[in-house]
Design a binder for this molecule. Structure first.
Ligand SMILES: [Zn+2]
Length: 145
């Protein structure tokens, strides 16, 4: 799954973190900021999952015309894929929250440098710094192509 699909889309009351000069990276305040972001995102996703499940239930009780079946089944599989994507994302958010609790959050998995506040605000579940991410994408292309 490309990372670009994981950006925060519905985020009206997002307030960027106000970085003080000389502030320590990933201090308690920053961690609290990202924990809040992640929890809020997870909440939104869970509401979406609920809506999808509800919709599927409503549709399933409505198999009146066999001619509509094909269309409905197509719709179903689309919704199930969406739901699957949402569930994977929720799992990733949970893993990220665990990282915050363990004090591992905000550092590149590959090289260990700081990922950076702004990058994390755009992608709170990012586990690689920009450089390692680009490198991984290049490698992926070489293997895939
Ligand atoms: Zn890195």
């Amino acid at each position: 799954m490309p990372e670009s699909n994981q950006q925060l889309e519905t985020n009206q009351d997002f307030v960027p973190y106000q970085l003080a000069e000389g502030e320590e990276y990933m201090n308690d305040e920053q961690l609290a900021h990202f924990r809040k972001l992640l929890l809020q995102w997870k909440q939104e996703l869970m509401e979406e999952v609920d809506r999808t499940v509800q919709h599927l239930k409503e549709e399933a009780s409505n198999f009146a015309d066999p001619a509509d079946r094909a269309t409905q089944e197509e719709e179903f599989s689309l919704e199930l894929r969406t739901r699957d994507r949402e569930r994977k994302l929720i799992k990733k958010i949970n893993d990220t929250l665990e990282k915050i609790d363990e004090g591992d959050y905000g550092y590149c998995d590959a090289c260990g440098i700081e990922i950076g506040i702004r990058r994390l605000e755009a992608r709170p579940t990012a586990t690689l710094c920009v450089d390692c991410k680009s490198l991984a994408e290049i490698k992926e292309k070489q293997i895939g192509g």
